[in-house]
Each structure stands twice: as C-alpha cells, then as structure tokens.
Design a protein around this ligand. Structure first.
Ligand SMILES: Cc1cc2nc3c(=O)[nH]c(=O)nc-3n(C[C@H](O)[C@H](O)[C@H](O)COP(=O)(O)O)c2cc1C
Length: 122
C-alpha cells in the first residue's frame, strides 16, 4: 500500500504464475483493502502507482504458436488492474529452454527491454 512502484519477478509455471505468487495475490486482493465495491461495481484502490512485471519463461509466448497458452501475463494484468494498477510495463525473459534462443539471448533481450522502460520514464 505504501509503495509507489510494484516490481514482480515471475517465473511461468505450467502456463501461469507460480502457486506461491497466486497465494500472495489471494492475500493482497481483498475487498476493503485493495478494492471496493459500490453500486457502480468493483473499484481498485491502488490507483496512481506503477507496476513492472519481469516474466521468465522457458518457451516463447509473446508471439508464435504458444501465444494462446500464456495465462501468466494476461492474468497478472487482469488481477493488478482489478486493484487499480493499470500502469503496467512488462519485461519478458523468454525462450530460455529454446535451443535457438537460450538464457544468454533471453537475458540480453530482457536487458534491452528494461533499458527501453528506463528511457521512457526519463
Ligand atoms: C514447475 C515448473 C513449471 C514450468 N512450466 C513452464 C511452462 O509452462 N512454460 C514455460 O515456458 N516454462 C515453464 N517452466 C520453465 C520456467 O518458466 C523457466 O525455467 C523460467 O526461467 C523460470 O524462472 P526462474 O529461472 O526465475 O525460476 C516451468 C518450470 C517449472 C519449475
């Protein structure tokens, strides 16, 4: 609640976030603490904050045939948006387990994405 920026570093486990992060979400996303309900419906209480998601995956999900199997980024965007965090930037560390990409290229790409975010914020 006190933070201006939320940074989540998240591995993909079985196409979604890991169960430990899901447990954290179930403690954080609570009516009266991070969202409210009125006759107009639900309203997130954490407005005006930024979130940065660092998403690690063995495969590639930002594009190509596995894209429909990405339940990590869309879920995190949805649940964070539900509590008012809509200013979300994403760094993808993907293709770690793909022979044509591998950890070095995946991390180099993630570093470039991070620099882009820093430049945009400056
Ligand atoms: C239990 C488990 C499930 C995983 N499921 C997937 C998956 O569905 N898709 C994928 O691309 N990678 C999957 N991976 C690989 C991880 O996403 C990948 O190794 C990532 O780099 C993990 O981040 P970390 O190195 O910070 O732990 C899985 C790894 C584990 C341990």
């Amino acid at each position: 609640l006190a933070a201006d920026i939320l940074v989540l570093a998240v591995p993909m486990h079985n196409f979604g976030p890991p169960s430990t992060l899901k447990a954290w979400i179930d403690h954080v996303v609570r009516v009266g603490r991070t969202l409210s309900y009125s006759q107009k419906g639900p309203e997130g209480m954490l407005k005006g904050k930024r979130a940065i998601l660092v998403l690690a995956r063995g495969g590639v999900y930002s594009d190509g045939p596995a894209r429909p199997l990405d339940f990590q980024e869309p879920y995190l965007r949805a649940i964070l948006g539900f509590i008012g965090l809509t200013d979300i930037e994403v760094v993808r560390v993907e293709g770690i387990a793909v022979s044509a990409i591998g950890p070095e290229k995946a991390v180099a790409s993630a570093m470039a994405q991070s620099k882009e975010i820093l430049l945009q914020a400056a």
